[in-house]
Design a protein around this ligand. Structure first.
Ligand SMILES: Cc1ncc(COP(=O)(O)O)c(C=O)c1O
Length: 460
């Protein structure tokens, strides 16, 4: 297949469909109406029969492309059908298929050293839950260090009344400027990518420090990048000192995705972990966007060669559910502290497990590394050929981006690409963001580059 545009975008049928469904508060942003029976592999087909090469993958939700036979077969199987129609409160009641999923995570897919998982419905909820785990363990340790009971149920009636009356904790979470961790009222206080996400909402008064945000090409900016890393780590160290004893956790994305596809070196993360240990704070990697293979390893942080596992790691998107993996210290057992009615959608688990199995069976991590390296090389050549328009070509596996001079130029570029059959997206103020499905190959990269080169000539 290849991109094929038959009508104006949006075409007449798509336009008519977009005009419908206005009851949906989210209808305003709708770009395409998909024919999800005709869509196939990395190609999205719309209602007018236009075929787009999909480098957007629904904000990195997509993994195996459209209508992958393994997923279709799984969804038609009895396990999926019955899990869908018989939802359970999985902490209380479950089926052997869920236990198989747990066994598979434990044996093959959990990051090294992480011995527990907690499952919710979406990425942001996974972050919210991981933050709770970090604050709970921190609170217990603080009580213990004061000679008080670890277990809150052993506190006096007055103290428990105080808890019920919102006598919160003064513990803090440290995050990074430009970070994105979701839109719930907890994670939002660690999210710093766009003011509109937070305007008018109450936030926790938690500190954040700058993120290195390396410049590219790295050969040209080696000194500047080293200075950025040092300065960010200095800020972190000072902040940990300032809040000594009160820092429950540090949360960081291995690559800041929503904040503009901003990268940092492994050495940065190794030092962040050291500082977290010194401060007795949990280190949380938010892998909602970077996880499940996009980096070329199942979990992106695995490439940092950290001396020990992070304390908590969140997932979402491609896993088909949200949640976090945890080291043994963050295994919260008192009933009711960490609980949601569903805590593990068994139908989504069937799909998540099928995706993980297919990543293994089809050696998709090799494909991500191979295709990602080729895509990055093509983007670098694209940058060199168009130095006044294209800059900062960067990539890690199949998480790729480049910049245009202004927000308007970037938006124009993305809109023109869509009209010519390539669905790319945006991040930060002027970056084009690419999040292809894990099955994307060099043929698709060549198809994308034909369109990118044509569009850049149009706007030059
Ligand atoms: C790093 C990160 N964390 C959390 C989230 C929130 O995930 P969701 O919107 O699925 O709740 C996102 C979403 O883009 C993300 O990129």
């Amino acid at each position: 297949m290849q991109p094929k545009i038959l009508t104006a975008i949006p075409g007449p049928k798509t336009k008519a469909a977009i005009a419908r469904g206005r009851f949906d508060m989210q209808a305003t942003y709708r770009t395409l109406i998909v024919d999800d029976i005709a869509s196939h592999g990395t190609y999205l087909v719309d209602l007018d029969g236009n075929t787009f090469l999909d480098l957007f993958a629904n904000f990195a939700l997509g993994s195996l492309g459209y209508n992958h036979p393994n997923l279709v077969a799984a969804a038609q199987g009895a396990t999926f059908v019955h899990a869908s129609v018989n939802p359970t409160s999985t902490p209380f009641v479950t089926t052997p298929a869920w236990l198989d999923f747990m066994d598979a995570l434990e044996a093959r897919y959990a990051p090294r050293g992480m011995s527990k998982v907690f499952c919710v419905d979406a990425g942001g909820e996974g972050v919210e839950s991981a933050l709770k785990a970090a604050f709970i363990v921190h609170g217990e340790a603080r009580r213990e260090s004061r000679g008080e009971p670890r277990d809150p149920l052993s506190l006096s009636t007055d103290e428990q009344d105080g808890i019920l009356a919102n006598l919160g904790s003064d513990a803090v979470l440290v995050s990074f400027g430009g970070g994105f961790h979701g839109r719930g009222l907890g994670p939002l206080s660690a999210t710093h990518s766009k003011a509109i996400h937070k305007a008018d909402l109450p936030c926790f008064d938690w500190p954040h420090v700058s993120f290195p945000a390396k410049l590219f090409p790295e050969e040209r900016y080696a000194e500047e990048n080293a200075a950025r890393e040092r300065s960010s780590l200095d800020e972190l160290e000072q902040t940990l000192d300032r809040y000594a004893g009160r820092v429950a956790a540090i949360i960081v994305e291995p690559l800041q995705s929503e904040g503009g596809d901003r990268h940092a070196n492994p050495s940065f993360f190794v030092r962040v972990q050291q500082l977290a240990h010194q401060a007795q704070a949990a280190l949380i990697f938010d892998e909602v966007q970077t996880g499940m293979g996009s980096s070329g390893t199942l979990w992106a942080h695995e490439q940092f060669s950290l001396p020990s596992p992070p304390d908590l790691m969140t997932f979402g998107k491609k896993m088909q559910m949200g949640g976090f993996f945890a080291t043994p210290a963050y295994d919260i057992q008192q009933f009711g502290r960490m609980f949601q009615t569903r805590n593990g959608d068994r139908a989504r688990a069937v799909l998540g497990q099928t995706i993980l199995q297919t990543i293994d069976d089809d050696r998709l991590l090799d494909n991500v590394r191979r295709t990602g390296a080729y895509f990055l090389q093509r983007l670098r050549e694209f940058e060199q050929a168009n130095p006044s328009l294209v800059s900062q070509a960067r990539g890690w596996g199949l998480m790729l981006a480049f910049d245009l001079p202004t927000t308007e130029a970037r938006n124009d570029f993305v809109a023109r690409c869509l009209r010519q059959g390539v669905f790319a997206t945006y991040t930060g103020t002027r970056s084009v963001r690419l999040r292809p499905h894990l099955i994307t190959g060099t043929v698709q990269v060549d198809q994308a580059m034909v369109v990118f080169e044509r569009v850049i000539r149009e706007i030059a």
